[in-house]
Design a protein. Sequence first.
Length: 198
Amino acid sequence: MITLFHAPRSRSSRFIFLLEELGAPYEIKRVSIRRGDGSGAVDAANPHPHGKTPAILDDGRLVFESAAIALYLTDKFPGKEIGPLNGDPRRGAYLSWLAYYAGVMEPAWVSAFMKWEVPRGTAGWVKTGEIMEFVNAALAKGPYLLGEKFSAADILVGTTFALFMGSPLLEKTPLIEGYVRRVTERPAYERARALDVG
Ligand SMILES: N[C@@H](CCC(=O)N[C@@H](CS)C(=O)NCC(=O)O)C(=O)O
């Protein structure tokens, strides 16, 4: 049994979506977190080393960081084939998108939001415009990041784009709009939204 440590409408919401997609046995443990507006507090019941969400416990074993949790869960529950396994020709692309999401996309959007100029040769990420050229090119071949088939990488990237739709930080293109629609029209997304309450 997987325990998902979850705070409503946070980065853990998309793991309800992933666990629903996988049909995995899981329970949600609601915890409080510090919110960007200064509200909330770290919850002593949350095993995440920094009191953040998401975190999961699998039989007492802790996994944290979104990309690591996505990989852990799709490896552990391969039945629905939404995380290419070792030996699959798409495995390298899958790992690359998960790491790219965490190491390039997240810091790029946070630095754009904060208007931090980090020198190109120093930052480990690139500007959001350059990321979107790459993403649009991938989706043009798509319809998903890995090509024909939906994967957990689309859960991380697609739900993040869904949040930013309409923000000046994300340039809308027909490809991005269609992609977000494809990801958020999935029944597991709807089920996850219904469970993401509080
Ligand atoms: N890199 C982490 C980020 C997790 C994260 O920052 N989560 C936010 C919620 S969206 C949080 O828990 N914030 C509370 C805090 O920073 O104490 C991941 O992707 O898992």
